[in-house]
Design a protein. Structure first.
Lengths: 96, 372
């Protein structure tokens, strides 16, 4: 479980995660916002259906893929949160 | 101290060398596979097609040889799965070459007329399909697609698992694999060969040069000129998606795990850097073929060097001056894996390459070079 540091700065930003309103901070990546909201897993894999969540937090592992504002397989750790952003977790392979 | 000694030493542990070692694993010989451990080889960067259509255009016997290998591939995949548990993910339900205009479709028809018109060219099954017939097999075609050619023998596999499976089977059969030891030279001695590596010397009764582009340098040691040149190919990797392509195309395929690969560029270059103009042209053509691909994210791209001969066909050469030395070069190491394991390896074990392999001698290029 991740907890924000007591001195964490940044304005509060409202995003929607699977349709539910979640609070993030300006400057969070989507992955950081997910973890801070207690979501360890954000998708299941296309091949075996195993759960995956943010891991490397720097753009190389491609584990943190989510659908952002309708575009699937976005790297959550490389995308900064924005007000009213729609994040949807993924199941298996995306539709082509 | 005398050099370690083997019955057969294969220089090169890529798909060609590993397929030969796989084919030789059960003959009871002491086998060695040497490779320099390079990971940027075409064996790791190829597109993964098991592909017949189009083969043999400038070299008729290659058509039959390729068909034979494609037909033997299921046996290879079965043996690898049984012996190692590794699934090479072979799918052979036919393959397509898409034509983006009626001009391209006409040219494709003439290409096959020319190919099958050659004396000695095996006639394999290829159907030229118009747009409607092709749409039946491949839904979602773009408006520009005029049709294409379909060959039921074609297919694809996971080439990394093929390589891993071959190596696992080799290890299980007791083949010695020395990785990271670069071969500097191969020298004929009176009754055997000496392989000089970065770390020492090894002796072998027989030596097979399967070192890809490295063969040009190494084969001189056994008196053979091998005119291979690099031909660069680039591959674009798109994200994994739900099943989209029921058949492989020669330029676009979906892997068993859902990834879409776009490939098959050809450049007469020897560097292995990706370049945006080429990747862009590949992407444009792929999108023209399947507009749905435009929505997919590109994950990465890579480039690698094919090992190309002047006529595009393999080299299978037994040295006259130094019996027991063989040279093997092929740019279709995936497609030909089965032929190399089940036909070429036994011939090497016998010590001579039989009649059907005679056309592949490296000396066929001597005249070409004399003219050039």
């Amino acid at each position: 479980m991740f907890v924000r540091l007591p001195d964490a700065a940044g304005d509060r930003v409202r995003i929607r995660l699977d349709g539910v309103e979640v609070e993030a901070r300006a400057g969070d990546s989507v992955a950081a916002a997910l973890l801070a909201a207690g979501r360890m897993s954000c998708r299941t894999t296309p091949v075996t259906g195993a759960a995956r969540g943010p891991y490397c937090m720097m753009g190389i592992c491609f584990e943190c893929l989510v659908t952002i504002d309708g575009v699937p397989n976005q790297q959550a750790c490389l995308t900064p949160v924005a007000p009213d952003m729609q994040i949807v977790t993924q199941r298996g392979a995306r539709r082509p | 101290m005398s050099a370690p000694s083997f019955d057969v030493a294969i220089v090169g542990g890529g798909l060609v060398g590993a397929s030969l070692a796989f084919g030789l694993r059960s003959i009871g010989a002491k086998l060695l596979v040497l490779d320099d451990g390079g990971t940027a080889s075409p064996s790791r960067a190829n597109f993964g097609l098991v592909w017949v259509q189009g083969k043999g255009e400038r070299f008729a016997p290659y058509a039959h040889w390729t068909v034979e290998s494609a037909r033997a591939w299921p046996k290879l995949a079965d043996e690898l799965r049984r012996e190692t548990g590794i699934d090479a993910a072979l799918v052979q339900n036919g393959g397509v070459h898409a034509c983006l205009s009626s001009l391209e479709l006409d040219a494709r028809a003439r290409y096959f007329d020319r190919l099958f018109g050659q004396p000695g060219a095996a006639r394999y099954e290829v159907a030229l399909l118009d747009r409607d017939a092709l749409s039946h097999r491949l839904p979602g075609l773009g408006a520009e697609v005029a049709g294409g050619s379909f060959c039921p023998l074609d297919g694809h596999c996971n080439p990394l698992r093929l390589l891993r499976g071959l190596h696992a089977a080799m290890a299980k059969a007791g083949v010695v694999h020395r990785q990271g030891d670069r071969v500097i030279a191969v020298e004929p001695l009176a009754t055997r060969f000496r392989i000089v590596t970065a770390s020492g010397s090894i002796d072998a009764e027989r030596v097979v040069l399967a070192a890809g582009l490295g063969n040009a340098r190494l084969a001189r040691g056994i008196g053979v000129e091998v005119p291979v040149r690099p031909n660069k190919g680039q591959v674009l990797v798109l994200e994994r998606v739900q099943p989209l392509l029921p058949l492989a195309l020669d330029t676009i395929r979906q892997t068993d795990e859902g990834t879409i690969l776009v490939g098959d560029s050809q450049e007469e270059r020897g560097d292995d850097a990706t370049s945006l103009p080429v990747l862009g042209a590949m992407a444009r053509r792929a999108i023209a073929t399947f507009p749905a691909l435009a929505r997919l994210n590109v994950l990465r791209g890579w480039a690698a060097l094919r090992v190309m001969t002047p006529d595009g066909a393999p080299i299978y050469h037994a040295s006259d001056a130094h019996p027991g030395a063989f040279v093997v070069n092929a740019h279709s190491g995936v497609t030909l894996a089965a032929a190399h394991a089940y036909r070429l390896a036994p011939a090497i074990a016998e010590g001579t390459l039989p009649g059907p392999l005679a056309p592949y001698r490296a000396t066929r290029f001597d005249d070409v070079r004399a003219v050039a």
